[in-house]
Design a protein around this ligand. Structure first.
Ligand code: TRP
Length: 343
């Protein structure tokens, strides 16, 4: 049955984010979103809000709704262009849950039990539901659905990509060449941004204290205040040395990543200056960088109907690909195709 896979002219990229916060932070932006934006140039891109995945943690329905809109708006405000890339909500395409079910049915119980994110969450006392257990299989479905060549995700998602490859290979072995096995494509982060209040830890929406996070929605004064309070060290020299001077190095990385000026030039530009000057300039750079983002966010959130139209357009584009994949998969496993699935 080789040759069933429809070729695609341009490489495909796909990624998703869960709508689990009211604002992305600078680490999400520089670590992930800028890569998404860049991949639009060289590939056909699919970017979605993983709202089904977000249900694995019990959340107030109003909060889910609000954060889903905010997350989608942030993709766009951050530079994802809905005219070029499909921007959509996972739940708008029933094919995700459909393919997720098939993935569940070829995953061994023991295999799912070994997934480290699941084990960690359970160990931390999160009262786990079955959705959390099957999270990786839904994620595999998200990826395999679009025959994705590139899946820009962070290092923390490596195991999820591995199980996705295993499942695709297993499926193909059992049912014939049906799914494209994605190449592992872990993002080398453009910039790894650390917590302001503890520069040894990565800036994280779920783990960092508010003072350690620069939220893209923070008011300019708040951004400046957080940066001025950033933990540095007892020396005076401004030098890039992440091991011994994690706080100062983090500020240099932020300035370099946002301005595009190479790190060593940024470092040199502080010759003879002190930490006060560093913090003032970095705060200015962040505030200026975030300003257009915030303006675009305000526009998008001020016109929910337009945002919904964008999401509907994205779902329509993604839906064509998704429908073809699920039809292929359902047929391969022996499900009778209903007339709406034609073929
Ligand atoms: N698990 C991812 C995260 O928490 C989100 C996600 C869901 C995803 N489905 C995906 C990322 C498919 C990439 C591809 O970051």
């Amino acid at each position: 049955m080789a040759g069933m896979l429809p070729p695609h002219a341009r490489p495909r990229s796909l990624s998703g984010m869960q709508p689990t916060s009211d604002s992305l932070h600078l680490g999400n932006y520089l670590g992930a979103l800028v890569n998404w934006v860049e991949l639009q140039e060289s590939s056909e891109a699919f970017y979605f809000v993983a709202d089904l995945h977000a249900l694995t943690v019990p959340t107030d329905p109003e909060v889910v709704r609000r954060r889903t809109r905010v997350t989608a708006a942030q993709f766009i405000a951050g530079g994802v262009d809905p005219a070029r890339s499909a921007v959509f909500c996972q739940s708008h395409l029933p094919q995700h849950a459909e393919l997720g079910w098939v993935m569940n049915c070829i995953t061994a119980f023991g295999e799912a039990s070994r997934m480290t994110q699941f084990k960690d969450k359970v160990a931390k006392g999160q009262n786990a539901n079955v959705g959390l257990f099957t999270y990786p299989m839904l994620m595999a479905a998200d990826i395999l659905m679009y025959d994705a060549d590139r899946v820009p995700v962070g290092e923390d998602q490596r195991q999820h990509l591995e199980i996705t490859r295993d499942l695709a290979q297993r499926f193909n072995q059992r049912f014939g060449e049906t799914l494209r096995v994605p190449e592992p494509y872990i993002l080398k982060e453009t910039a790894k941004i650390m917590e302001l209040s503890d520069p040894a830890s990565k800036m994280s929406g779920s783990n960092s204290p508010e003072a350690g996070l620069i939220l893209l929605s923070d008011e300019p004064a708040r951004i400046a205040k957080k940066i001025k309070s950033a933990v540095t060290d007892a020396e005076r020299e401004i030098r890039y040395d992440p091991e011994h001077k994690a706080g100062v190095s983090n500020l240099l990385v932020i300035e370099s990543a946002l301005t595009g000026v190479p790190l060593d030039s940024v470092e040199k530009s502080y010759d003879g200056l002190g930490y006060g000057a560093l913090k003032t300039r970095v705060a200015d750079v962040v505030v200026e960088s975030v300003r257009p983002f915030q303006e675009r966010m305000a526009e998008l959130l001020g016109d929910p109907a337009e945002l919904d139209r964008i999401l509907a357009g994205g779902a329509e584009r993604a839906g064509e690909v998704a429908e073809a994949t699920v039809t292929r998969v359902f047929d391969a496993v022996g499900l009778l195709l209903p007339s709406r699935r034609g073929s």
